[in-house]
Design a protein around this ligand. Structure first.
Ligand code: PMP
Length: 398
């Protein structure tokens, strides 16, 4: 059958990754691999009431087709929230509801990328975004990330050498997978470069509200003067990923095209869910809920950092994120984290992580991995890191 498949899927080899996630789902293993929120923090009772309220308030109309862009009242709330939480002042007409941030990424890729078109991505970056972009067969330019986010100086040189670059994809807040946050100066510099080189920035920020220390920064879109920044966020990490609801903020010209594309894909996001989220926001203080989950995640982050400080060898380094879901571990050169996972870490330590290579567009970097700290309890986190540390002591001294 494969000879009938389109080229866009023929290049995708996800078998290794599928294997990792299969193994990490095995309850015998401690999995730091997934990017899951903690089940126990979902506001399940409040959401149940919100669905009931939405259905009883709106009567039969709620079961009808509705607008592609999504429920106006919810878009208005998000427009207001963008102003207070991200310093972005837009109308509800510049907000579109999507099926998760993931659909928003796919829509933007579909809008901009012809086969072979050049785009810049962070190295490493969110592997789900790479999966979405891969479908459109772009040419990637990889920009390194340090403790202040994307290396904008490196980006400048890349844009100079490759003025054909159309799109820059960045996760500026508590980056997936490194956990680092782009500094204010770099946000400004990034927009200036996009203006200079006529590029669109896709700012993907689902972790923005999950800050455990330090002060919030304005979104990159805050600095946008030419309508070239598209902002994406999601309810997945602050309410529940099962709602499959995210939102996209874009200026008029881009928005019109994206609505057309979404209409052709799924007509609209599920209206009952959008009405339920709207009702939840009417009756609950989401910032109070976010403060609660942040308090719990802060404890988990600290548990993981303490365990890493205690059990990892000195030759292994890691990030110290101020929020989000992930810590990035860098191994000494020459160690292949994927091989190590398959041959030693899973079979001997019964621990799982996401190895570096699938998180780089180039697939070239192998000596690192991503750890998630939000889905497990602090004791399990410490046990898993201790077991992982014992393996790393062995392989780094051999
Ligand atoms: N962007 C980033 C950076 C993510 O980490 C994720 C989820 N892992 C998403 C987008 C997509 O999330 P969702 O579709 O659930 O909103």
């Amino acid at each position: 059958m494969k000879n009938l498949f389109a080229n866009r899927v023929l290049n995708n080899d996800t078998s290794d990754l599928n294997e990792i996630f299969k193994n990490s789902a095995n309850p015998e293993n401690i999995s730091f691999a997934g990017g899951f929120p903690d089940n126990r923090l979902f506001p399940d009772h409040d959401l149940k009431t919100a669905y009931q309220n939405a259905i009883s308030q709106d009567g039969q109309a709620i079961f009808q087709y509705a607008s592609t862009q999504g429920l106006p009242a919810l878009r208005q709330k998000l427009a207001n929230r963008m102003a207070t939480c991200a310093g972005v002042h837009v109308d509800a007409d510049n907000v579109m509801l999507t099926q998760g941030g993931q659909q928003a990424i796919d829509l933007v890729a579909k809008l901009l990328l012809n086969r072979g078109d050049a785009m810049a991505v962070e190295g490493p970056t969110y592997m789900g975004a790479l999966a979405a972009f891969d479908t459109y067969e772009p040419t990637y330019y990889e920009i390194p990330v340090d403790q202040d986010g994307m290396d904008v100086h490196y980006l400048k040189n890349t844009l100079k050498a490759h003025p054909e670059i159309k799109l820059i994809y960045t996760v500026p807040d508590f980056h997936n997978p490194t956990g680092t946050t782009m500094s204010l100066r770099r946000r400004q510099a990034l927009v200036a470069l996009a203006n200079q080189y006529d590029v669109i920035i896709l700012e993907d920020s689902p972790y923005r509200d999950l800050r455990y220390s330090g002060k919030n920064l304005p979104a990159i879109k805050h600095f946008d003067t030419e309508g070239r920044v598209i902002f994406i966020s999601s309810f997945s990490k602050i309410l529940s990923p099962a709602l499959r609801t995210g939102w996209l903020v874009a200026d008029d010209e881009i928005m019109t095209e994206l609505i057309g594309l979404k209409s052709a894909i799924d007509v609209q996001s599920p209206n009952v869910t959008l009405a339920a989220i709207n009702s939840y926001l009417d009756h609950h203080d989401i910032d109070h809920h976010i403060a609660n989950i942040n308090a719990a995640y802060r404890v988990k982050r600290d548990a993981m950092l303490n365990a890493l400080d205690r059990y990892f060898p000195a030759s292994v380094t890691y990030t110290r994120p101020a929020g989000g879901f992930f810590i990035w571990v860098s191994l000494p050169q020459g160690i292949d984290a994927q091989q190590l996972l398959r041959d030693v870490v899973l079979p001997q330590a019964h621990v799982a992580y996401v190895p570096a290579s699938c998180q780089f567009a180039s697939r070239q970097v192998t000596n690192g991995f991503r750890l998630n700290f939000t889905s497990l309890d602090p004791i399990t986190i410490t046990t898993g890191v201790k077991r992982l540390g014992a393996i790393l002591h062995n392989v780094t001294t051999n």
